[in-house]
Ligand binder design. Structure first.
Ligand SMILES: Nc1ncnc2c1ncn2[C@@H]1O[C@H](COP(=O)(O)OP(=O)(O)OP(=O)(O)O)[C@@H](O)[C@H]1O
Ligand SMILES: [Mg+2]
Length: 227
C-alpha cells in the first residue's frame, strides 16, 4: 500500500508584479497511513498554502505531491477536483457548512458528489451524527447550531466518504478552549478508530501532545520537531 502522503521537493512561490515571494522550498516528507500529524508555524509561514497544495486546490511551483499513490501534479484541474472529492476530507476553521442545507444534507454532500448518496450513505450519515453527539439534529440548519456543534458536523462530513487523508486548517481556531479540546478529541478518536491519516494545522498545545509527529514551517522549510 502506498503511503497516505508523499511530498517530493515541493516548492511554492507567488508572483507579485516583478517580485517573487517564495513560501515553500524543497519540502519533502512521507506520511504513513494512520498517522496523526500536526503542522505549526507563525502566521504567514505557509501552513494553509501547504494544505491547499496537498489538497490539489492549488498547484505547487515545483516538485511532486502524491496522495495515496496518485501524483496530483500530473492531473489537470478537473481530475484533481474529482480526486479531492473522493480521497480527501477537509475541515476548515470556519466550518464551511452550507446554510441552505440541513445538517444531514451537509453530511451527505461528499457522497452526493461521488454519486453514493444512497440508503447506505444515509444510514452512515446518521451513525456519524450519533458519534459526534448530534443524533437528533439532522434536520436542523447549521445556523441553529453552536460553533462547536457546527465543527462536529464538519468533522463528520470530512469522514463520511472514507477519505485517505483528512486535512484540517486550524479546525478549532474559532472555538473556546474547552470546546476546542472536545472537538479535537473527537477528531482524534474517529480518525484513529478508522485508521485515517490526519494532517492538522493547530496552535493548541493539547493537540500537539496527541500528535504522532510534529512539523513546523520555518523560512519555507518543513522541519520535524521532537515530540
Ligand atoms: N494567492 C496568493 N498570492 C500571493 N501571496 C499569497 C497568496 N496566498 C498566500 N500568499 C502569501 O503566502 C504566505 C503564506 O500564507 P499562508 O496563508 O499559507 O500562511 P499561514 O501559515 O496559513 O498563516 P496563518 O497562520 O495566518 O493562517 C503569506 O505571506 C501570504 O501573504
Ligand atoms: Mg492559514
Amino acid at each position: 500500500m502506498p503511503p497516505a502522503l508523499e511530498l517530493r521537493k515541493v516548492g511554492k512561490a507567488y508572483r507579485e508584479g516583478e517580485a517573487e515571494r517564495v513560501v515553500l522550498r524543497d519540502v519533502s516528507v512521507t506520511i504513513a497511513r494512520g498517522e496523526i500529524v500536526v503542522l505549526v508555524g507563525r502566521s504567514g509561514s505557509g501552513k494553509s498554502t501547504l494544505l491547499n497544495v496537498i489538497a490539489g486546490i492549488d498547484r505547487p511551483s515545483a516538485g511532486t505531491v502524491v496522495v495515496d499513490g496518485t501524483d496530483l501534479t500530473a492531473l489537470d484541474e478537473q481530475a484533481r477536483t474529482r480526486f479531492r472529492r473522493r480521497h480527501i476530507g477537509f475541515v476548515f476553521q470556519f466550518y464551511n457548512l452550507i446554510p441552505l442545507l440541513t445538517v444531514e444534507e451537509n453530511l451527505l454532500l461528499p457522497l452526493d458528489l461521488n454519486n453514493r448518496a444512497d440508503a447506505k450513505g444515509t444510514a452512515r450519515a446518521r451513525e456519524l451524527l450519533e458519534r459526534v453527539g448530534l443524533g437528533g439534529r439532522g434536520d436542523s440548519h447549521p445556523e441553529r447550531l453552536s460553533g462547536g456543534e457546527q465543527q462536529r458536523v464538519a468533522i463528520a462530513r470530512a469522514l463520511i466518504h472514507d477519505p485517505a487523508l483528512i486535512l484540517a486548517d486550524e479546525p478549532t481556531g474559532n472555538l473556546d478552549a474547552e470546546t476546542a479540546a472536545s472537538v479535537l478529541d473527537l477528531l482524534d478518536t474517529l480518525a484513529r478508530e478508522a485508521g485515517r491519516t490526519v494532517l492538522m494545522v493547530t496552535h493548541s498545545r493539547e493537540v500537539v501532545g496527541v500528535a504522532d509527529r510534529i512539523f513546523a514551517i520555518q523560512r519555507g522549510a518543513l522541519v520535524e520537531r521532537p515530540r
